[in-house]
Design a protein around this ligand. Structure first.
Ligand code: LLP
Length: 384
């Protein structure tokens, strides 16, 4: 299988498996599509948590992207990547003192989510802030991906957000309102409801400079329809333009999701009764989405039919270490298996569980490839 003119088999041969691939050309295409669709003054503050590979975020910064970061290290990485401080947004429900200090020092925009966070921030200094609102709208492909509505730790209810914004006016630079309703959303409808509420709050407050709609734009993993980008951009642009505010979008998955591939090989095939287990060398430690959200990703192999049913599983001692049931051509030990669309929340959620080193990461771009991150060795992985 070739990606951006590079044979994935050759990469697996050279760097071993499991190895993540990022197609930089695809990332640029996705970013430009989103940027072009947003027909109003806007900043795409790419969500670093989706994939924080330094060369990747630097490329995006060169294309004009901002950064949504969840921690002090995220602020530092954005600065290293050359993102102008005014395009850096710190967002998280419970930032540490260091997170806040770093953001204040670089004059990043801080999304505050509670009155007590505001007190802590006040002890550090004057900051540029926006208030995160729980608009009551939540959406996402799995309950764990929903961050708005009932029983969520994120943001403040609209009336409290408005009071806080009024109260803060004299001590902080209040730039506007923020929301992030969830992740892997494939319809524009929930965004419409949320943006209407944010603009209402903005009008109640008076003038705001910024409306930040968070991320959440989904991608098709199997047979879903594409995200309705035109409709979404019309909805959010119209709303922000109406109140004369800059629109911030914190997209992660939409920009990098389909640009990632996980190269893995078959360790063993095991038949038990009617079940045929394809045991591959990547596990839930390398790629957590299937175990955590029951997510199913496409799998590609370089073989011809006839197909058989396999249960594809990893090497971890957990029953949740299962990628799902797949119809695949007959496979055997050593065959290459490519898990698709792992560019977002793939490597960034990997762990060393079961004493396994973090995998290698390779960039491909226009026929060339380049090792971004070596596979960890014993010393690094175990002794730190
Ligand atoms: N902004 C904020 C405040 C966020 O919390 C997130 C993601 C984003 C932006 C980017 O969302 P995106 O555009 O990528 O949907 N691990 C899960 C996704 C969790 C997302 C957490 N927050 C997954 O693998 O699907």
């Amino acid at each position: 299988m070739k990606v951006s003119g590079v044979d994935l088999g050759a990469i697996a041969e050279e760097f071993g498996t499991p190895t993540y691939i990022i197609d930089f050309k695809r990332v640029r295409k996705n970013y430009m599509r989103l940027d072009k669709a947003l027909n109003c003054p806007h900043v795409i503050a790419y969500a670093y948590k989706a994939n924080y590979e330094p060369q990747l975020v630097r490329m995006l910064a060169l294309m004009g992207s901002g950064a949504t970061v969840p921690s002090a290290y995220g602020v530092m990485l954005a600065m290293w990547a050359g993102v102008p401080p005014e395009k850096v947004v710190l967002v998280g429900p419970s930032p540490s003192r260091q997170d806040l200090e770093e953001a204040v020092m670089y004059k990043a925009l801080i999304s505050v989510e509670s009155e007590s966070e505001v007190e802590a921030l006040g002890r550090i200094g004057k900051a540029r802030v926006m208030i995160r609102v729980n608009t009551g709208v939540g959406a996402g492909a799995h309950p764990s991906l929903i961050t708005g509505g009932q029983k969520t730790k994120f943001g403040l209810p609209p009336s409290r957000a408005l009071s806080l914004a009024r109260f803060l006016g004299s001590t902080m630079e209040v730039e506007g309102f923020h929301t992030h309703i969830g992740s892997q959303i494939l319809s524009a409808e929930p965004f419409k409801k949320a943006v209407e509420l944010l603009t209402k709050l903005a009008r109640d407050l008076g003038k705001v400079n910024v409306i930040d709609m968070g991320g959440g734009l989904g991608i098709p993993y199997l047979n879903e329809k594409k995200f309705p980008l035109e409709e979404y951009s019309q909805v959010v642009c119209r709303a922000s333009e109406n109140i004369g505010a800059l629109l911030v979008i914190e997209s992660g998955r939409y920009i990098v999701g389909d640009a990632g591939y996980l190269l893995t090989r078959v360790n063993y095939v095991k038949e038990v009764g009617k079940e045929k287990w394809l045991l591959i060398d990547a596990g839930m430690n390398d790629f957590l989405r299937p175990a955590l959200y029951n997510a199913k990703h496409r799998i590609t192999v370089d073989k011809e039919k006839p197909k058989e049913k396999y249960l594809v599983a990893g090497p971890i001692c957990e029953s949740a270490d299962l990628f799902g049931e797949y119809d695949l051509p007959k496979l055997g030990e050593g065959d290459l298996v490519v898990i698709r669309d792992v560019g977002a929340y793939g490597f960034s959620m990997a762990s060393r569980y079961n004493l396994r080193p973090l995998p290698a990461v390779v960039a491909v771009d226009n026929g060339k490839y380049n090792l971004l991150r070596e596979r960890e060795n014993f010393g690094r992985a175990i002794f730190g």
